[in-house]
Design a protein around this ligand. Structure first.
Ligand SMILES: Cc1ncc(COP(=O)(O)O)c(C=O)c1O
Length: 373
């Protein structure tokens, strides 16, 4: 049975060209980039080329890009170091951030470090008036951490607006761009962001590699101590194949951005229309007007059969998600849905598209969904 993969917000299949580049890198570029002989120097060169590629993709300078193991590490690095290195005493975030931000904030909150959560609108969008109010009501050094797109609802953040508010109130701005990197071009010379995080596996690159952007104005101390790799910021012998694979994946995602985006947008619109036609009382979560084009969060009226929905879809060849990817492999209540829709007894499934999906796949998905409920 050919499987239908509609869980591209959890992770994406690795691009064929990326696989080929990574495999030749693993085979031929085995030198340690810290070694001074030819084998090492060749590898150092391709790492620095990859850094340049990533920096160009976001219009940053190469000194502002550091490789990490994933988006989780990038976000941890910034939030944890902001206290000691930047004197941050207050964080403003939202209750629907990814757990790698929320749990980090919970871990660093203390008598000296305050965490405040901005109110959400009914559809889970950020209440910008409340954000402004929070920013204005203290002199404590503040860092705002808000995700660019929510991984469950798809809701987008207005980066320009938040950036402007942070500048007025002299606050740092960190944004988790793990879901949007490679989908929404970001030009860091046009929008002032102090820190952002990216993860290769969300844009058809490999797992286990990510990057963090740290604006040159901000001095952050080393996060992992050791042999001084990544200009002493993040020691450990580099994941060379991962780094070059990530750079190629991001470059391709941006070069092909327009065509990938229009394919996915068409699929999403087609899905919404077909679902409305074929599934009675279906509804959609989040802010459909300002939403990541690859994410669609679908609500289905309560029905005993929906309890096993994800499982039933899976055994029938279709991969979708209940809300977010769960690290334990068990579907648990989503903190995003319970914060935004606390009283709802509807069943939510999230589907997320890639440019590899087709209308035929969507037809089969809807047919199966209809049968399953
Ligand atoms: C919004 C968001 N932030 C961070 C992460 C974590 O990224 P990684 O899997 O690279 O640690 C994810 C992954 O699902 C995500 O969706």
């Amino acid at each position: 049975m050919k499987r239908i993969y509609l869980d591209n917000a959890a992770t994406t299949p690795v691009d064929e060209e990326v696989i080929n580049l990574m495999s030749s890198t693993l085979k031929e570029m085995y030198g340690n980039p810290s070694s001074i002989h030819q084998e090492g120097r060749k590898v150092r060169t391709i790492i620095e080329e990859a850094r340049k590629t990533i920096a160009n993709c976001i219009n940053a300078s190469i000194g502002e890009v550091f490789f990490t193991s994933c988006g989780t590490e990038s976000n941890n690095m910034i939030l944890k170091n902001a206290i000691n290195d930047l004197g941050v005493k207050r964080f403003i975030s939202s209750k629907i951030e990814h757990h790698c931000v929320l749990h980090t904030l919970q871990a660093i909150e203390s008598n000296d470090v305050q965490v405040e959560y901005v109110n959400l609108m009914d559809d889970g969008s950020i209440d910008y008036n409340h954000l402004e109010e929070l920013l204005g009501n203290t002199d404590s050094k503040t860092l705002v951490t808000l995700m660019h797109a929510n991984n469950e609802l798809g809701n987008l953040l207005d980066l320009e607006k938040v950036s402007a508010l942070c500048q007025v109130h002299n606050a740092y701005f960190h944004t988790d761009t793990v879901q949007t990197m490679g989908y929404y071009p970001i030009d860091l010379t046009k929008v002032k962001i102090n820190f952002l995080a990216g993860s290769a596996h969300k844009f058809h690159g490999p797992k286990g590699v990510g990057f963090v952007y740290i604006n040159n104005d901000n001095q952050i101390s080393p996060y992992i101590h050791g042999g001084s790799q990544e200009r002493n910021m993040r020691s450990g012998t580099e994941n060379v194949a991962g780094i070059v694979g990530m750079a190629l994946a991001l470059k391709k995602a941006l070069i092909d951005n327009k065509s990938r985006r229009s394919t996915i947008e068409e699929l999403k619109n087609y899905t919404i229309l077909s679902l409305k036609k074929k599934i009675p009382n279906v509804s959609f979560n989040g802010n459909l007007e300002f939403q990541h084009y690859k994410i669609l969060s679908i609500s289905l009226p309560p029905n005993p059969k929906t309890d096993m929905l994800i499982f039933n879809m899976d055994i029938n060849g279709i991969a979708v998600s209940g809300g977010s990817a769960c690290s334990s492999g068990v579907e648990s209540a989503s903190h995003v849905l319970s914060n935004v829709y606390p009283d709802s007894d509807y069943k939510t499934i999230r589907i997320s598209f890639s440019h590899n999906n087709t209308k035929e796949e969507i037809d089969l998905f809807i047919e199966m969904l209809k049968k399953s409920i």
